[in-house]
Design a binder for this molecule. Structure first.
Ligand SMILES: Cc1ncc(COP(=O)(O)O)c(C=O)c1O
Length: 392
C-alpha cells in the first residue's frame, strides 16, 4: 500500500531547491539528514493564516500573550494541563529564551547542569552567557540520572552559588520522554539545592504513540519552560517561541528585560498560533509518519552493527556506530564544539550521507551520529542504504 501523509508530499528534486541550511550546507550529492528541519510544507491552516495576514496588511509589531494562549489550549487538549498565559513572555526563539533565563537565574561564572549527550547549543549558549557547563550524563539507557543530577547540583551550588538545570523534554538527541516520576524527582532535588529548572519542551508535540509526555509545569511550580511550534510544525524560519513560568517562578519572569521581548516576529506568532489551534490533525499525521520511519530504519539497520533504539519522541535517530568499522577509538566528546566533524560523520559525508556528529552533544556522544527521519520513506531507505554501504 502506498504510504501517504505530510512527510511524503515533497519529492527530492523539490527539496533540493530549498535554500534553508539543511539543503545548502552539504555538497549537492549528499543526502542531508541532519539539522532539525522536516521535509514537509506547512499545514494548510498555517499557510492560510499567513496569507490572510499578508492580504490584510497585518504585518506590524506583535503584542500580548496570544502565543501562550494558543499553546495553553493545545497543551490542555493534548496533555490535560494548561499553563497560565499571564505568566508567559513571547520571545524570538527557544534558545533566546533559554539564554535569557540562564542569565536571569545565575550569575557570571556560575555552573549550569546539562544532561549530556544533549542538543549542542545547550553547551554553546551556556558558555556564551559566561556560565560554566557541568554535565550530569544520561544513564546508559538514555534516562535522566537523578543521582548524577543531585551530585552535579550539589557541586554547582557549593559555596552558595546560584545554579540551574537545563533539561530537554523530550530529550534531543535520544528522543527520551521523561516519566512523571523522574521529573518529580528532579524537581525535588533541584529545590533542595536551590537550583532553577529550565525546560525546553520544543519536541513535546512530537511525542510518539505509546509514550506519555508530562509538561514540566504540571509537576513543578518553580519551573520555567521554553517552547515553540518550530520543530513540530517545521516553522524554524518563522521565528517565535514562548517562555512559560510556574506559579512560583512568575515573579522571576516579570523581571525579564524589555529588550528580550522585541525579538518575536508577529507573522511567526500568527503562524505558530494557527499550528497549535488548527494544525492538530496535520501533526497527528506527521507523528504517525515519524513512528513508521523509525520502525523502517530499525528494520533496515538489522544486522548492520548500528544500534538504533526507537525513541519515544521526535524524528531524530541517535545511532551508535561504536561497533562498526567507522568507530574512532580516540573519539572524545566536547559539548558545543563549533566543528561538527567526527570520524563517523566525515566518513558518512564522503559516502553521500549528511548527519550530525555525536561529539558536540557532549559526554556519551562519542561514535554516535544523529540522523533526521523527518522525511519520506524513500529518503529514509536511501539514507540507510548509504549508511550501510559506508560501513560494509
Ligand atoms: C531541543 C531543541 N531546542 C531548541 C531548538 C531550536 O529552537 P529555536 O530555533 O526556536 O531556538 C532545537 C532545534 O533543533 C532543539 O532541538
Amino acid at each position: 500500500m502506498a504510504v501517504t501523509g505530510p512527510l511524503e508530499e515533497v519529492p527530492l528534486e523539490r527539496l533540493r531547491e530549498r535554500t534553508s541550511i539543511k539543503w545548502r550546507h552539504f555538497e549537492p550529492d549528499v543526502l542531508p539528514m541532519w539539522v532539525a528541519e522536516m521535509d514537509v510544507v506547512p499545514a494548510t491552516p498555517i499557510r492560510d493564516a499567513l496569507a490572510r495576514a499578508l492580504r490584510d496588511g497585518d504585518t506590524g509589531y506583535g503584542r500580548g500573550v496570544g502565543y501562550a494562549e494558543a499553546y495553553a489550549r493545545f497543551s490542555e487538549a493534548r496533555w490535560g494541563f494548561a499553563p497560565d498565559p499571564a505568566a508567559s513572555v513571547t520571545v524570538a526563539d527557544v534558545m533566546t529564551g533559554v539564554f535569557e533565563l540562564v542569565r536571569m537565574v545565575t550569575d557570571p561564572g556560575d555552573e549550569v547542569v546539562v544532561t549530556s549527550p544533549v542538543y549542542p547549543p545547550f553547551h554553546g549558549f551556556v558558555r556564551h552567557a559566561g556560565r560554566v557547563v557541568r554535565e550530569a550524563p544520561l544513564t546508559p539507557d538514555a534516562r535522566l540520572d537523578v543521582a548524577a543530577i543531585d551530585d552535579a547540583l550539589a557541586a554547582a551550588s557549593a559555596g552558595g552559588s546560584r545554579t540551574a538545570l537545563l533539561l530537554a523534554s523530550p530529550h534531543n538527541p535520544t528522543g527520551t520522554v521523561h516519566a512523571r516520576a523522574e521529573l518529580e524527582a528532579v524537581a525535588s532535588v533541584a529545590e533542595r539545592h536551590g537550583a532553577t529548572v529550565i525546560v525546553d519542551e520544543v519536541h513535546a508535540p512530537l511525542t510518539l504513540p505509546g509514550a506519555v509526555f508530562t509538561p514540566y509545569l504540571a509537576v513543578d511550580p518553580r519551573g520555567l519552560v521554553v517552547t515553540s511550534a518550530s520543530k513540530a510544525w517545521n516553522l524554524a524560519g518563522l521565528r517565535s517561541a514562548t517562555i512559560l513560568a510556574g506559579a512560583d517562578a512568575a515573579a522571576t519572569l516579570r523581571t525579564i528585560p524589555e529588550v528580550v521581548t522585541h525579538g518575536p516576529n508577529h507573522l511567526a506568532v500568527i503562524a505558530h498560533a494557527a499550528a497549535y489551534d488548527e494544525g492538530r490533525a496535520w501533526l497527528d499525521a506527521v507523528v504517525a509518519g515519524i513512528a513508521a520511519n523509525h520502525a523502517l530504519a530499525r528494520d533496515l539497520l538489522q544486522g548492520s552493527g548500528v544500534e538504533h533504539r526507537v525513541p519515544d519522541a521526535t524524528y531524530l535517530a541517535w545511532l551508535d556506530l561504536s561497533r562498526t568499522p567507522l568507530a574512532d577509538p580516540d573519539a572524545r566528546a566536547d559539548g558545543g564544539v563549533v566543528t561538527d566533524a567526527s570520524r563517523p560523520s566525515t566518513a558518512l559525508r564522503a559516502a553521500g550521507l549528511g548527519v550530525n556528529a555525536g561529539e558536540p552533544f557532549g559526554a556519551g556522544g562519542e561514535n554516535h551520529v544523529r540522523m533526521n527521519l523527518g522525511t519520506s520513506q524513500a529518503i529514509v531507505r536511501e539514507g540507510v542504504a548509504r549508511l550501510r554501504a559506508a560501513i560494509a
